[in-house]
Design a protein around this ligand. Structure first.
Ligand code: TMP
Length: 242
């Protein structure tokens, strides 16, 4: 039976469809953008394609460095084929530089380079507004074992080292990013979701002074304009580098 086009899940920025092979899914990247838990919404023509292409390249780069990810291949410019996973309902944020919610919630000054990467973990639950969560609460809620949480943290730190250097090569400062993980059918932990300017803060290092030029979703979050131009620039730099 061909179940190829059955929509299994629709999120804020992506749609997940079943695949003929039941171990796989097809992930279509949408042009929709949301911020502040979808309080703010817009559509940017071409964003889906750019995020799909950027994510594919980054997943390939990570897999070449032995990071397990759900990515299999691109189906077309908007759609990737990925391994079917059981999503772990956590958003793992790693921060190299203080910005965004960290500065709103602490007295740390925006732009401060952190002495070591900070990992903040949020519960992936829109109804609860994705609250910051503790290790003990994760165990209490039986979301995953402390061994698997440690593994995810270790993977996130490794991914940061790889991505920081990758982006530095294309003159971008990796300020922070958000990752999601899941279990494949054999219970291996894989990096899932996407790695794109929607979930990474990337600052242009080609600036002469210390001006912050965001080439990421902050262009939408902070009404800076030029989102597609920024994402296209990232895609262009990645294509020229790889
Ligand atoms: P924050 O400063 O708003 O906590 O964001 C930290 C990083 O996580 C930033 O790169 C944006 C990303 N992020 C998401 O990808 N999804 C989200 O829902 C949030 C809140 C942040």
């Amino acid at each position: 039976m061909n179940k190829k086009c059955e929509l299994i899940y629709e999120g804020k920025a992506k749609k997940v469809f079943s695949h003929n092979d039941e171990n796989k899914v097809m992930i279509e990247f949408k042009d929709d953008a949301t911020a502040f838990n979808a309080m703010k919404k817009a559509k940017f023509e071409g964003k889906g394609k750019l995020n799909c292409l950027i994510s594919a390249k980054i997943f390939e780069h990570l897999m070449n460095k032995n990071i397990p990810t759900h990515f299999i291949e691109l189906k077309n410019e908007n759609t990737m084929i990925a391994q079917k996973i059981k999503v772990i309902p956590l958003e793992i944020v790693l921060r190299n530089t203080a910005y965004g919610s960290l500065c709103k919630q602490t007295a740390i000054k925006s732009g401060t380079v952190l002495a070591k990467p900070l990992i903040d973990i949020y519960l992936k639950n829109d109804e609860l507004n994705d609250p910051l969560i503790t290790k003990d609460r994760i165990e209490l809620m039986n979301i995953l074992s402390s061994k698997d949480l440690d593994l995810i943290i270790e993977l996130t730190l490794k991914i940061n080292i790889i991505l920081k250097s990758f982006f530095k090569n294309i003159k971008l400062q990796l300020v922070d990013f958000k990752l999601e993980f899941g279990y494949d059918l054999k219970d291996n932990i894989l990096l899932a979701d996407e790695i794109s300017p929607d979930n990474c803060r990337l600052w242009d290092l080609n600036q002469k002074n210390d001006t912050i030029v965001s080439l990421d979703k902050d262009r939408f979050r902070n009404d800076l304009g030029g989102l597609i131009e920024a994402y296209s620039e990232i895609n262009r730099r990645i294509k020229n580098f790889i």
